[in-house]
Design a protein around this ligand. Structure first.
Ligand code: ADP
Ligand code: TYD
Length: 208
């Protein structure tokens, strides 16, 4: 890694513990004096949060995969312009729960091979990768059980079934190989505090 890792993303299947770990990392970095913006996708800016409701609620067949790519990318563009880039320009650390790698997986893999379209639109409209991506690797059955424990209206993607979750897990691990310079894989099947310690050690090594 050539520059300090100030734009940090968390990726992984649903229920792997991303949100928990993103929050704990933000707390730990703040405690050591960093100015941190904790954000998430889809969402992270007022406009993108509106798009979040469109993509995560309602019938599973509400949008085609192609339309979803456009919606997630539109949300990301707004989030980047209004939240991420201004924070980075102000010298802050940005921690983001999911980013473009989620589109590469969920829209790129789940309904046929659309990865090429995702990548083309990404380079046209986003053109920015995180400095560091923490992949929380997790057994799909365990992740699904955790995710199902939550009561929420955001369920369009949560009934994927174990087979697709397993495909997503393998896809994320392949992505970690493809972008080995910025990905670090951490085993999510440990106690919350143990995962958090590994995350912090990994981030501290790249932040200086
Ligand atoms: P994600 O953001 O990846 O979907 P969350 O952080 O929301 O995952 O975690 C999903 C659920 O699992 C939450 O109820 C959370 O408290 C719990 N959880 C997170 N990490 C662990 C862990 N290491 N062990 C057990 N439960 C966990
Ligand atoms: P998230 O709120 O992170 O859910 P979870 O905490 O269960 O992981 O994300 C909601 C869903 O949105 C998740 O199932 C993955 C999906 N998603 C996409 O399909 N494409 C994307 O580009 C992003 C950012 C998320």
């Amino acid at each position: 890694m050539t520059r300090p890792a100030r734009f940090i993303t968390f990726e992984g299947i649903d229920g792997s513990g991303k949100s928990t770990q993103a929050r704990m990392l933000a707390d730990a970095l703040r405690a050591s004096g960093h100015d941190v913006v904790l954000t998430r996708e889809p969402g992270g800016s007022p406009g993108a949060e509106e798009i979040r409701a469109l993509v995560l609620e309602g019938d599973p067949d509400r949008w085609s995969a192609e339309t979803e790519i456009l919606l997630f990318t539109a949300a990301r563009r707004d989030h980047l312009e209004r939240t991420i880039l201004p924070a980075l320009a102000a010298g802050k650390v940005v921690i983001c729960d999911r980013f473009a790698d989620s589109t590469r997986m969920y829209q790129g893999l789940s309904r046929g091979d659309l990865r090429g379209i995702v990548d083309q639109l990404h380079s046209l409209m986003i053109g920015r990768e995180p400095d560091l991506t923490i992949l929380i690797d997790m057994d799909p059955d365990k992740g699904h059980a955790r995710a199902k424990g939550r009561q929420t209206a955001e369920e369009r993607f949560e009934d994927f079934g174990t087979e697709l979750q397993a495909q997503m897990r393998a896809g994320f691990l392949a992505l970690a190989n493809e972008f080995a310079d910025r990905f670090r894989v951490i085993d999510g099947d440990q106690a919350i505090e143990a995962v958090a310690r590994e995350v912090l050690t990994t981030v501290e090594a790249e932040l200086s």
